[in-house]
Design a protein around this ligand. Structure first.
Ligand code: FAD
Length: 582
């Protein structure tokens, strides 16, 4: 099992040099926040991820979760690590200050999230959903619900879940049938079954707060008739403490390909007491507050797995002796050379590294705009919110697709040993596979990008995002690098604008390739910008590494963008193409 080491040098470079967080916090007038504090938060997060969470990863996969007398038991050490996480205030990092949260900037929290995901995807998943639930309750719930539930959710004393999926209603939530009947006391009786509910039950906390989508009796059909309810596992007593068990139970837990230490539950609601969040029949848009946050966070899961796989593969490639290096013996006294000297192994490692570090850069640029969307002036807020909205499906789908590619490459670098459980490389690939599916499959992210983010406002979010990346290009000092980055960005912008005139069915067929084309183009700009900034760094090793990775990305990976562009322009065959043999 590779031992996880947090990529602190890269975080330092990105936060201090590339994003200049000192200046960023100053511009946002965030008193008390500076680069030094960011460094301290990230270093402390690294220690927690490495020392507390990572050692639980492989045993958690081996032991998994079980359902005993209707209660979920998580693997040994998971609950204790969670209690340490809460006691150290990690759960409250992003929580609103009026409910005892720390209100940290996203640029400080996102690196911590990445490290937790690298260390242990299963463990991180439950804490991630609690943070997303806090956002929805804070934005949409009544004052009473907020005062009653938010302090406990923010601190992590209780966790949150997201209950959308039903057997007949996965992607298409218009089909959901869980019912909510109004009661005289202002609460609702919730009845129905939800499947695949992450953290639906566990042994970490004294209560669990379920966010449940359901229909009122006279609700309109489809998504316009969905409402959101807060349904606690235990109803609260007069002192706000968990009292009688609500009518919520776990039917079963799923046996899965990966994230075996995360309980995925069938949840049954039998006249369970719940309270409305937001307006009646507006539940989907309230749930989107939670889902949009979770979508970016799932992207960070892909990134975390990619980093863990890359460093495992790099360590192994430096140790494993096989064959002589084609450029001449690297270790003449040994019987063979480390495989890291094989050009094909270098190709795999650089693919992992350039994708991982490119996605990390994009994740922190996204975090910077989350900061501005939260703490900036009204005009800046609006623009950064547009950038965040445009980039959310890109980060979710591309980072998780790259998570799968890089973890597969990690196995490949290990050869047959990568396929054997004890090395931990196959677990990373099994664990990361779900990230392409949940929180809206990656196909749905692509339709979201073209439908809601590109076409709906006729390119407004696109143009704001283009302006942000244009600023990165303008700041590149090397004229050749600047000209190349300019060409990549302008071609992408021109193609994006042309999409606005495409018929919608054609555009739906081009959506996935458009998302990939977008991601490769924007990552290329990030790489050119990073290499340029790194060239001025005193850290020569980092400067060389960034320069070479940028070159590798722009010459070996960026050509994939052209392939996606070509594919976008080709018609899809009709379904008759694959039903011809029936
Ligand atoms: C481990 C795990 C944890 C999960 N955790 C949660 C959770 O906590 N809460 C929760 O509510 N759900 C959860 N889910 C459910 C998950 O979000 C759904 O599985 C996912 O949204 C897809 O729904 P589905 O499985 O029904 O697939 P379907 O909707 O049946 O989709 C099947 C295929 O058809 C494609 N497709 C369907 N409709 C369209 C369309 N309109 N356009 C293009 N393509 C389309 C999809 O992209 C997919 O490839 C979890 C699932 C798993 C496996």
């Amino acid at each position: 099992m590779p031992e996880y080491r947090a990529p602190l040098e890269d975080f330092t470079f990105l936060l201090q040099d590339w994003l200049s967080v000192d200046k960023h916090y100053h511009q946002l007038d965030l008193q008390g926040f500076d680069g030094e504090l960011a460094q301290e938060v990230v270093s402390a997060g690294a220690k927690f991820a490495q020392d507390v969470v990572a050692p639980l990863n492989q045993p958690g996969d081996e032991i998994g979760c079980s359902l005993q007398e209707g209660k979920v038991k998580t693997p040994p050490g998971f609950a204790q690590a969670y209690q340490e996480y809460v006691a150290n205030g990690w759960n409250a990092m992003l929580g609103p200050e009026e409910y005892d949260g720390q209100g940290l900037p996203y640029t400080m929290a996102v690196p911590v999230h990445e490290m937790l995901n690298s260390a242990n995807l299963s463990w991180r998943l439950t804490t991630m959903l609690t943070e997303s639930a806090v956002l929805a309750v804070n934005r949409h719930a009544s004052e009473w619900l907020k005062e009653t539930y938010l302090p406990k959710l923010v601190s992590g004393e209780w966790t949150g879940t997201m209950n959308l999926t039903e057997p007949q209603a996965g992607t298409d939530l218009a089909l959901l049938s869980t019912k909510a009947i109004p009661k005289d006391d202002g609460s609702y009786a919730i009845t129905g079954s939800k499947i695949f509910i992450t953290g639906g039950d566990h042994d970490w906390t004294s209560n669990i707060v379920h966010m449940v989508l359901a229909r009122l009796p006279d609700a309109p059909a489809g998504v316009k008739g969905i409402s959101l309810f807060l349904v606690p596992k235990y109803l609260l007593d007069a002192h706000g403490q968990p009292g009688p068990h609500n009518a919520v139970s776990v039917g079963s837990i799923e046996h899965k390909m990966g994230i075996k230490a995360s309980p995925t539950c069938v949840m049954n609601f039998d006249d369970a007491t719940g309270w409305l969040i937001g307006e009646e029949n507006q539940g989907l848009s309230c749930m989107f507050t939670m889902m949009n946050d979770a979508r970016f966070q799932v992207g960070i899961q892909g990134l975390g797995a990619a980093q863990a796989s890359f460093q495992g593969a790099l360590d192994y490639a430096q140790e494993r002796l096989q064959s002589r290096a084609p450029q001449g013996p690297a270790k003449p006294d040994a019987k063979a050379d480390p495989i890291v000297y094989q050009p094909d192994v270098a190709r795999m490692l650089l693919t992992q590294q350039s994708l991982t570090e490119g996605c990390r850069a994009l994740s922190l640029l996204y975090a910077k705009h989350m900061d501005i969307a939260h703490f900036g002036s009204d005009k800046d807020k609006h623009q950064s919110q547009q950038v965040v909205e445009f980039l959310t499906p890109v980060c979710k789908a591309f980072f998780t697709d790259m998570g799968l590619e890089t973890t597969s490459l990690g196995i490949q670098v290990f050869g047959g040993h990568g396929y054997i459980r004890e090395w931990g490389m196959e677990q990373l690939m099994r664990d990361v596979r779900i990230t392409q599916l949940y929180e809206g499959t990656n196909g749905i992210q692509a339709t979201d990008l073209i439908g809601r983010k590109l076409v709906r406002d006729q390119g407004e979010k696109l143009n704001t995002t283009f302006a942000v990346f244009s600023d990165l290009v303008t700041a590149i000092e090397d004229p050749t690098a600047q000209a190349s980055a300019q060409t990549v960005l302008q071609n992408w912008h021109r193609t994006s604008l042309a999409c606005l005139d495409m018929p919608s069915a054609e555009l739906a067929g081009a959506a996935y390739d458009y998302l990939a084309y977008t991601a490769y183009s924007l990552l290329s700009v990030c790489w050119s910008s990073m290499a340029d900034v790194a060239a001025r760094s005193d850290n020569k090793a980092l400067s060389t590494s960034k320069h070479q990775c940028a070159h590798f990305f722009n010459t070996r990976i960026l050509p994939r963008a052209e392939a996606h562009l070509t594919a976008m322009k080709c018609d899809l065959p009709t379904p008759q193409a694959y039903t011809a043999n029936e």
